[in-house]
Design a protein around this ligand. Structure first.
Ligand SMILES: O=P(O)(O)OC[C@H]1O[C@](O)(COP(=O)(O)O)[C@@H](O)[C@@H]1O
Length: 346
């Protein structure tokens, strides 16, 4: 048992407390710059810092957000006035998180498949992040659906790495967020996504068990069971919610502290609607809280409004808070068109 067991249990519980979710702002510089470039925002370190300051200083953010996940560059940054971001986060009662993987790289001998790297030196990096104030971590594995893929090799190596990362985190006092993302890219059906998610979660929990990871001290960050973006038969919100809950109930052990979804390229409204039905209809039969850990589905409207202009910060923050509030409502099964429309009244 980890010497941090009690602390890890308390942290994991706090991350998925009722009405709260996790805010993923851990885009690597490459991904953050890509999002900036799409909106013609100059891709500088100062703009990344200013954007993260906008997010982290949003008034009332902690009403809906238990903790933000940061990137290595961000955890070392401060506000314009010199207050470290970690201090900004902890002062309002949120928990600082950190992405510790170093990215999904091409998997040798397997075309179009990826394996996530970052295990070398991870024990030492975890110790440093803990001493900086981080209390949870994240590692994302990527599973692609396509002709003849995913291979069992891709699923196995990613599941093994996720479990090695999770065990190291618990040893070092960080709650691991275990994120196996089945990508939405492609024209596959909902059924195919279900099969692949089922295989993936089965392998991931097999490895977590085999490597001694404590389920009540971790959070699962899965993708929802959806049809591929290019699939002509798009399922209804109800179908996605039902398939996703069925797949999770089949594979996720009851002691797991919580499930916090990624948004994976779904629209902001759609991600909230799916999460809402899962909670409104199925909360009673799920042994774990079901909430959000979105990046794009919370940030995108704020980023599109800000566009790098300092005079738009306050309105961008209103947009961010609105999405956080909508998803908080969805995590309670209380999201509605009225909640969605509230921003117009601000
Ligand atoms: O490719 P990167 O830079 O690791 O970023 C991937 C992003 O995907 C996420 O895991 C999920 O984000 P989405 O909710 O936008 O799908 C984020 O936490 C992370 O920022």
């Amino acid at each position: 048992m980890s010497t941090y067991a009690q602390e890890l249990k308390a942290t994991a519980k706090a991350l998925v407390a009722a009405g709260k979710g996790i805010l993923a702002i851990d885009e690597s510089n490459g991904t953050c710059n890509k999002r900036f470039a799409q909106l013609s925002i100059p891709t500088t370190e100062e703009n990344r810092r200013a954007y993260r300051e906008l997010i982290l200083t949003t008034p009332q953010l902690s009403t809906y957000i238990s903790g933000p996940i940061l990137f290595d560059e961000t955890i070392r940054q401060s506000t314009r006035n010199g207050k470290s971001f970690v201090q900004v986060i902890t002062e309002v009662g949120m928990l600082p998180g950190i992405k510790v993987d170093t990215g999904a790289k091409d998997l040798a001998a397997h075309r179009d498949e990826k394996v996530t790297e970052g295990l070398d030196g991870l024990r030492e990096r975890i110790a440093e992040y803990y001493s900086m104030g981080a209390r949870f971590a994240k590692w994302r594995a990527v599973i692609t659906i396509g002709d003849g893929i995913p291979s069992q090799a891709c699923i196995s190596v990613n599941a093994q790495a996720l479990a090695r990362y999770a065990a190291l985190c618990q040893e070092g006092g960080l709650v691991p967020i275990v994120e196996p993302e089945v990508l939405i890219d492609g024209d596959h059906t909902l059924e195919r996504c279900y099969q692949v998610t089922d295989r993936t979660l089965h392998a991931v929990f097999g490895q977590l068990y085999a490597q001694g990871v404590a389920f009540d001290q971790m959070i699962l960050k899965p993708s929802m069971v959806v049809a591929g973006k290019e699939c002509p038969q798009q399922p209804s919100v109800d179908e996605v919610a039902e398939a996703t809950i069925n797949c999770l109930r089949k594979n996720v052990p009851a002691p797991v502290a919580g499930v916090a979804f990624l948004s994976g390229g779904q629209s902001a409204e759609r991600s909230a609607a799916h999460l809402n039905i899962m909670n409104a209809r199925y909360a009673g039969i799920c042994p774990w809280p079901v909430t959000f850990s979105y990046a794009r589905a919370i940030q995108q409207p704020a980023l599109e409004h800000w566009r790098g202009e300092s005079q738009r910060v306050s309105e961008a923050q209103q947009r961010l808070l609105h999405r956080a509030k909508c998803n908080s409502a969805a995590s309670l099964g209380e999201y509605s068109p009225e909640v969605e429309r509230e921003l117009a009244l601000v």
